[in-house]
Design a protein around this ligand. Structure first.
Ligand code: SF4
Length: 396
């Protein structure tokens, strides 16, 4: 992993194979994909269509839907149909859980990707005597898993669709728990077992996740998975997430601590921030993480000083005003600084600068060049005029 740490200020992403999910591709040289999950009941067709559309319209590129029963799987056919008729074919993922083979086979016809949890997909009766699994017992269950998984793999392969092998720390299969313990190693072995089955059936449209609700466990599992895959010459993309991160400020920080740490190491091709809030709230967090790391630029980057005793105007208020006026633009860096204490380099080479110069006046910069000094009352208006003069303005 050490070689993935960047020394030149950019992130070197782990080499992965591209995996298509509808018209979006995860991995390869594609931008890190943002995804989320609706929380409507999948049997509520109109509600689900509206929820998917709402998420997609604000930038959720792949939408996941839960499919706990056959009726839900069939409902997805109608959801997909209605989306195409009234909006567009949003890339959809079906989340299949306990003993999901028949459900997965049905839903694979209607969605672009199926997510299975190796710990739950095949029911393994716990050993009553609680003794360790012998090699042959371990292998017998492996054979049963292969038998159960094969029809789904063949269906997805033949349709050119994808699968996420989504391991969860909290729901490891019984025999993985017995053999490897409740550890990142157990999570990795669980995923590898499913990957090997897929590969033996010549199916490679795989995305792997190793979620946990504790950030250090999640970090260890993803890192170990990447290491093992690299050693085995596997280039499957990683889907990053921290499960049960909660809500509010801490939920966002916890998700970011896990997701951004791995992204900074070059790991991760698609992300989901799981918040106990409306799913729409997750999308800006995803884009902010990607923008902060320089992986995607989807909004204006504001560079602003924290303000101090030298500040010549109400910086917080001005930053809000500047943001309100310009946050519909994309691809620009705008600095709002209380003063230029050590010269314009402090503005991190922003495209435009709004800088306190003397009481009641501010200076506008283009790059490192001071363009004009204007009364503070006209500052935001003059900044907009400058951006307009440069042909970089678009009306909101
Ligand atoms: Fe203070 Fe100037 Fe630094 Fe802002 S840029 S924190 S006003 S010294």
């Amino acid at each position: 992993v050490a070689s993935r740490y960047s020394t030149d200020g950019t992130i070197h992403r782990r080499k992965t194979r591209p995996v298509a999910v509808g018209d979006v591709t995860i991995g390869g040289s594609n931008p890190v994909v943002v995804q989320s999950m609706i929380n409507e009941d999948t049997l509520d067709i109109a509600g689900s269509v509206a929820g998917i559309r709402r998420l997609h319209e604000i930038g959720c590129e792949i939408v996941r839907v839960t499919v706990p029963s056959m009726a839900h799987a069939i409902a997805l056919a109608e959801i997909k149909h209605k989306l195409i008729a009234t909006y567009r074919p949003v890339p959809l993922v079906a989340d299949v859980h306990h003993n999901g083979m028949k459900i997965a086979l049905e839903v694979a016809k209607h969605v672009d990707k199926v997510r299975i949890n190796p710990g739950l997909y095949v029911f393994e009766k716990p050993k009553s005597d609680r003794t360790e699994y012998t090699d042959s017992e371990f292998g017998d269950i492996g054979d049963k898993i292969r038998e159960t998984l094969e029809p789904l793999v063949v269906s997805l392969r033949n349709q050119g669709k994808a699968m996420r092998i989504g391991v969860n720390h909290g729901s490891l299969a019984e025999r993985m728990l017995f053999t490897y313990g409740d550890t990142p190693e157990g999570m990795v072995e669980s995923a590898l077992e499913f990957i090997h089955i897929c590969e033996s059936l010549n199916f490679h449209n795989l995305v792997i996740s190793m979620k946990a609700s504790r950030v250090p466990v999640m970090l260890a599992a993803y890192r170990l998975m990447a290491e093992r895959m690299d050693a085995l010459g596997m280039e499957y993309p990683l889907h990053l997430g921290v499960t049960e991160a909660g809500d509010g400020e801490y939920g966002r920080i916890k998700s970011t601590a896990g997701i951004a740490t791995l992204l900074a190491e070059g790991l991760g091709d698609t992300i989901r921030v799981s918040l106990t809030e409306a799913p729409e709230k997750e999308i800006p967090v995803c884009y902010s993480i990607l923008q902060a790391l320089g992986l995607r630029k989807t909004m204006v980057e504001y560079v602003a000083c924290p303000s101090c005793g030298r500040t010549l105007f109400n910086l917080e208020e001005v930053l809000h005003k500047v943001r309100d006026a310009t946050n519909h633009l994309t691809g620009l860096d705008i600095a709002v600084m209380g003063c230029i204490v050590n010269g314009p380099g402090e503005m991190a080479d922003a495209d435009y600068g709004y800088v306190g110069k003397q009481a009641g006046y501010i200076s506008l910069y283009r790059g490192r060049e001071e363009i004009k000094r204007v009364p503070e009352a006209n500052g935001v208006e003059e900044l907009i005029n400058l951006i307009k003069t440069d042909g970089r303005w678009v009306d909101p």
